[in-house]
Design a protein around this ligand. Structure first.
Ligand code: ZN
Ligand code: FE
Length: 255
């Protein structure tokens, strides 16, 4: 049976998401921004929480853990490098580890940069990736604990996933990201199409997430730092991609 997912909003602009295995009844929450919306989503679907898969230690991804753990006694899986900053961790994971949610399996991909130990959960069999605050639709997370080189390497790992992988991310920032991306690539046809699509999705009250790797490769400037026209657009023609990425990220920070 294929995985079922359920996406919902938390806090100001966070996304919460559940992944469910109907064979076993197992259900995982990817991060726990706050308990109440997670519980509401579980109730609406008739699911019981068995696992919380944490992408990184920031409070807007972990503040709901204690309450959910108390209510459901679920397993908490977290990146090894950040386990000391995350409450009630039962299992720590790092690059290459596998995490089961019932009959579903996620591969752990280390994607540091936003935080030093950030990880992505890739359910390859279901073509789903949960990228936390590393990759956003038409954007990426701020480089807070790592270096731009580190973040670029992480984004390249995600870019290498199969193109039809559906990517869930931690925040709804899509329209603001598109506005910025158009300053870098005003003539990118895929980006212009995504801008029209996302504006309609928001107007219709539909999520702009999940996105796909193929869609992001075509329109997300942070995945396109090694495209010559992007380097030229930021005055760095011929320079290393990590340098181009750093410049694009710096411009977004000031945007
Ligand atoms: Zn974060
Ligand atoms: Fe966040």
């Amino acid at each position: 049976m294929p995985a079922e997912t359920k996406l919902f909003r938390c806090l100001k602009d966070n996304y919460g998401v559940l992944i469910h295995d109907s064979t076993s009844g197992a259900t995982a929450a990817i991060d726990a921004p706050e308990a109440a919306p997670v519980e509401a989503a579980l109730k609406a679907a008739g699911w019981t929480l068995t696992d919380i898969l944490v992408t990184h230690h920031h409070a807007d991804h972990t503040d709901g853990i204690a309450e959910l753990k108390k209510k459901y006694n679920c397993r908490v899986v977290a990146p090894k490098a950040e386990a000391g900053k995350i409450p009630m961790v039962d299992r720590t994971v790092s690059e290459g580890d596998k995490v089961s949610v019932g009959a579903l399996t996620a591969n752990v991909i280390e994607t540091p940069g936003h935080t030093a130990g950030h990880i992505t959960y890739w359910f390859h069999g279901d073509k789903l990736a949960f990228a936390g605050d590393t990759l956003f639709s038409i954007g990426c997370g701020r480089v807070i604990e790592g270096t731009p080189e580190m973040m670029w390497a992480s984004l390249k790992k995600l870019r290498d996933l199969p193109g039809d992988t559906q990517v869930y991310c931690g925040h709804e920032y899509t329209l603001a990201n598109i506005k910025f991306a158009l300053t870098i690539e005003p003539d990118n046809a895929a980006l212009k199409a995504r801008a029209a699509e996302a504006a309609k999705q928001i107007a219709d009250g539909i999520w702009t997430v999940p996105t796909t790797i193929d869609e992001e490769k075509a329109a997300n400037p942070f995945l396109r730092a090694d495209v010559p026209s992007v380097a030229a657009a930021v005055g760095l023609a011929g320079k290393p991609a990590a340098e181009v990425f750093a410049e694009v990220r710096a411009r977004k920070n000031k945007f």
